[in-house]
Write a protein that binds this ligand. Structure first.
Ligand code: GTP
Length: 601
């Protein structure tokens, strides 16, 4: 294809603003999918794919389009629509998808206006120098206020309100005009056709039948079906088994040239061998320099995953091995805990990534799991000694510490004017630093904060929602590290530390953490034959204490004679409890107590 006829674009939108619906209309209008085949959310096929055991996602679709009206009527183009992953943990993947495009459709619900995710993605698109087409969607809705939000959008990106297109993905109104504008407004890709080939990987997906399917955007040169390709980050060389485009199914082709978007298959079995952001070149005539922007996926949040039934441990290992094939960011290694038995310490891109993995392990592999409280990665400089990376609070060095560094995020929060005070209070309570504040309109405010990642991985989003009656939206991305005054709090049961409850927290919050966990355990752990102190400690200094008082072991003592069935029930309960008791030092603790304490923290 002549690069001059190619337009590579993505749609950026806040969740539920109608991206999938609009994409469906485009597939239909361009006749890539005909009306009969059309099923709602063609691009969103995860569930169906899962049923069929196929995991291919249409990360990019090629659509032919001829300008219908206005200037340049009759001009033919090839549109490549590239999908961007939808949530905060995958900022890097989003940035690579954007880097594969020349332009972006900024889609905003005309009844909702701009939201945090819209902004965060817009900033990423601007960093990648994309041309932006502002579009208001859902104009068919009675509640739509396209004029009002056109002002907001125009103000934000520095255009005129009239430049904002108005469409309805549902009825199809304005969508053909939008495609015409994509051809007219977005630049064609530029690249050197005679240079050694360079293509950027913007996604890589494992398929059980075909191995890894890699999505690429060619920048320079040409990759042909018979080439041997080379991954520039590792130097690994692979035989090319197939190359082609997706429209909307995989169509094998002879080659991909400058500006083209498509897939390649090499037979590798693990997405780690074909990494997002890497540069593909040709082994016979390799490019000298890789394209910029490659980053190794780096886990930001760690948590211990334990099977509730200890005999599921091998099944958990197998399931993780399988998920890893399709997830370059997932890392794990075996660990054991006095409280929870054998499990794995797993690293994730963020809390949502953790939740997705945990849910897949439970749903697709039928495992019952308990996860320990998530923690971030700390860098600890020991006085006069080494620097250590701490991914598990129990590995926190014991000696004198010179400094501790924790990861931070740059958060974008959008809220109605009335809730600015509530948002600021929340952020300050989470050690946030206000970096900027802008009025998008007279009633909507954008707040930019730097926050410690550790402070937002628990319940920040829930808190934000509840304090703003659901009106605020949040997005964030990693923004480096900061030195902080952090301490490790241990929880001791009858003098023995319980590893699953150790936490690294800010000095000012240590007392609170200690009191909360200690009182929770005090309620959850049954009385023993002797008195059991529960203590929270920083090093050897005790900061909180609760006591479980001693009782006689005979649980029947509780039922003053009387009801026999109640007695039997209690006896059974006692027996039942025995089975799942863990010994922590001399104290018998039902595993359920740990699970309950971890779940509510
Ligand atoms: P995620 O994939 O969850 O991020 O959402 P999305 O942005 O892809 O939105 P989706 O296309 O799933 O649409 C969200 C909801 O808005 C659905 O209930 C759609 O039916 C509805 N919707 C989308 N476009 C329109 C539109 O133009 N008009 C109206 N009335 N509803 C629409």
């Amino acid at each position: 294809t002549d690069p001059g006829a190619i337009r590579n674009f993505c749609i950026i939108a806040h969740i539920d603003h109608g991206k999938s619906t609009l994409a469906d209309r485009m597939l239909q209008l361009t006749e890539v999918v005909d009306a009969r085949q059309m099923r709602a959310q063609y691009l969103d096929r995860m569930d169906i794919e899962r049923e069929r055991g196929i995991t291919i996602k249409s990360q990019a679709v090629r659509m032919p389009w001829t300008v219908r009206e206005g200037e340049r009527t009759g001009e033919s183009a090839v549109l490549n629509m590239i999908d961007t992953p939808g949530h905060v943990d995958f900022t890097y993947e989003v940035s690579r998808s954007l880097a594969a495009c020349e332009g972006a459709i900024l889609l905003v619900d005309a009844a909702q206006g701009i939201e945090a995710q819209t902004l965060a993605n817009l900033y990423l698109a601007m960093e990648n120098d994309l041309q932006i087409i502002p579009v208001l969607n859902k104009i068919d809705l009675p509640a739509a206020q396209p004029e009002k939000y056109a002002e907001e959008l125009a103000h934000l990106i520095g255009c005129e309100p009239e430049d904002c297109l108005k469409v309805s993905g549902k009825t199809g109104a304005g969508v053909a005009h939008l495609l015409d504008e994509v051809v007219r407004q977005l630049p064609a890709p530029k690249g050197d056709a005679d240079a050694p080939a360079r293509a950027m990987i913007f996604d890589s997906v494992y398929d059980i039948y075909r191995g890894v399917v890699t999505y690429i955007r060619v920048i320079d040169g040409k990759i042909e079906a018979r080439d041997r390709i080379k991954m520039m980050s590792t130097g690994a060389v692979h035989e090319l088994l197939e190359i082609g485009v997706i429209s909307p199914e995989m169509l094998k082709g002879p080659a991909l040239g400058v500006g083209e978007v498509g897939y390649l298959i090499t037979g590798v079995k693990d997405v780690r061998q074909s990494r997002v952001g890497d540069t593909v070149t040709i082994n016979a005539r390799p490019a000298r320099e890789a394209l910029g922007g490659y980053k190794d996926p780096r886990p930001m949040v760690y948590s211990g995953l334990y099977p509730i039934d200890g005999s599921d441990y091998p099944a958990l290992r197998e399931a993780l091995d399988k998920l890893k094939l399709n997830d370059a960011a997932l890392v794990y290694e075996p660990e054991s805990s006095a409280a929870l038995g054998f499990g794995f310490r797993c690293g994730f891109l963020g809390l949502l990534h953790l939740e997705i993995i945990q849910e897949r392990l439970e749903r697709e592999f039928g495992l019952d799991l308990i996860s320990t409280a998530p923690n971030v990665v700390y860098r600890v400089q020991i006085e006069g000694g080494d620097e250590v990376t701490v991914t598990n609070p129990s590995e926190f060095p014991a000696g004198k510490i010179a400094s501790i560094w924790e990861p931070t995020v740059r958060a974008t929060i959008l809220a109605p004017n009335d809730y600015v005070g509530a948002v600021m209070e929340l952020c300050q309570g989470r050690r946030g630093q206000l970096k900027g504040m802008d009025y998008l309109s007279s009633e909507r405010v954008e707040l930019r904060y730097t926050l410690p990642l550790a402070e937002i991985i628990y319940d920040f989003f829930d808190q934000l929602k509840s304090r703003t009656k659901g009106y605020a939206s949040l997005d964030y991305e990693p923004s480096g590290e900061q030195e902080s005054d952090l301490v490790k709090v241990d929880i001791l049961l009858h003098g023995d530390p319980v590893d699953a409850f150790s936490a690294i927290v800010h000095k000012d919050k240590a007392y609170n953490y200690g009191v909360t966990i200690a009182s929770k355990l005090q309620k959850l752990i049954p009385r023993q034959q002797f008195e059991v102190p529960i203590q929270a400690a920083i090093g050897s200094r005790i900061i909180a204490r609760e006591t479980i008082r001693a009782i006689r072991k005979d649980v029947l003592a509780k039922c003053y004679g009387g009801d026999i069935s109640r007695k039997r029930k209690l006896l059974e309960k006692q027996k039942e409890g025995k089975k799942r008791m863990k010994m922590v030092g001399r104290v018998e603790v039902p595993q359920e107590a740990f699970i309950a304490a971890l779940n509510t923290s």
